[in-house]
Design a protein around this ligand. Structure first.
Ligand code: 13P
Length: 254
């Protein structure tokens, strides 16, 4: 069964006390919602908050993700956090390939392939982000860009590993800008991602692939975007930093 996911990427926001309060508020409000088995809610706080956030949430309703991880498992890599360390804290997934990491930290497909392997090796679910820049869309290169991002970082994986991946389509021009892709633009790219997955891994895996949309999702537009057949949820930035708006977005997928 294809999972639906609403995930909040907090990015580098909140101090630990605020973050723990946010996690606790989301957890409390989630208790009033009857979440179907196929819907998963995830928060991705900064690394420094994860251990504390874990203490205030019910792990069977609300899951915790890392926002990033190292390419290596352990060793002399000052400042890095490994997938194994995140797993040991109770994380069930890790975001990779976010456009901010590609742009500011020069993360290449080769690096993202290694990170994805680390996440899988530690029995967690990679949430792999892809998406084109505005100039690439204007030049009508958006399909090629997304295809290259996915095939370069993921298509070396075997069927079993690939079936654990979640893909988040986040057009760079829609992130933090207030400009959301139209529901048609999201659907068109999501169905393209499913098509290239089908070509590589076959129907069963492509039909079960969860594809999230990210980029200025808010309570006001979530329902419309989630109504599209190939949109299986969202990766939410700004609107995930307030419990009320995050909860409203979760309700939009029910
Ligand atoms: P916004 O929802 O703030 O546009 O951010 C989206 C995002 O980058 C989630 O990873």
């Amino acid at each position: 069964m294809r999972k639906k996911i609403v995930a909040g990427n907090w990015k580098m926001n909140t101090l630990v006390r605020e973050g723990v309060a946010l996690a606790s508020d989301i957890n409390t409000e989630l208790k009033n919602i009857n979440l179907p088995d196929d819907v998963q809610v995830i928060i991705a706080p900064p690394f420094t908050h994860i251990a504390f956030a874990e203490q205030v949430i019910d792990g069977n309703k609300l899951y915790v993700a890392g926002q990033n991880c190292a390419t290596e498992n352990e060793g002399a890599y000052t400042g890095e956090v490994s997938a194994a360390m995140l797993k040991a804290l109770g994380c069930s997934s890790v975001i990779t390939g976010h456009s901010e990491r590609r742009a500011y930290y020069h993360e290449t497909s080769e690096i993202l392939a290694k990170k994805t392997e680390q996440i899988l090796k530690n029995d967690m679910m990679p949430i792999f982000c892809c998406g084109e820049k505005l100039e690439e869309r204007k030049a009508e290169k958006h399909f090629d860009v997304v295809k290259n991002q996915i095939s370069e970082a993921l298509f070396h994986l075997g069927e079993n590993d690939f079936s654990k991946i979640v893909i988040a389509y986040e057009p760079v021009w829609a992130i933090g800008t207030g400009v959301t892709a139209s529901k048609e633009q999201a659907q068109e790219m999501h169905s393209y991602i499913r098509k290239i997955t089908d070509e590589k891994y076959g129907k069963e895996i492509s039909e079960n692939l969860t594809i999230l949309y990210g980029g200025s999702v808010k309570p006001a537009n979530a329902k419309e975007i989630f109504s599209m057949p190939d949109v299986d949820g969202g990766l939410i930035g700004g609107a995930a930093l307030k419990a009320d708006s995050f909860i409203d977005i979760i309700k939009a997928i029910l």
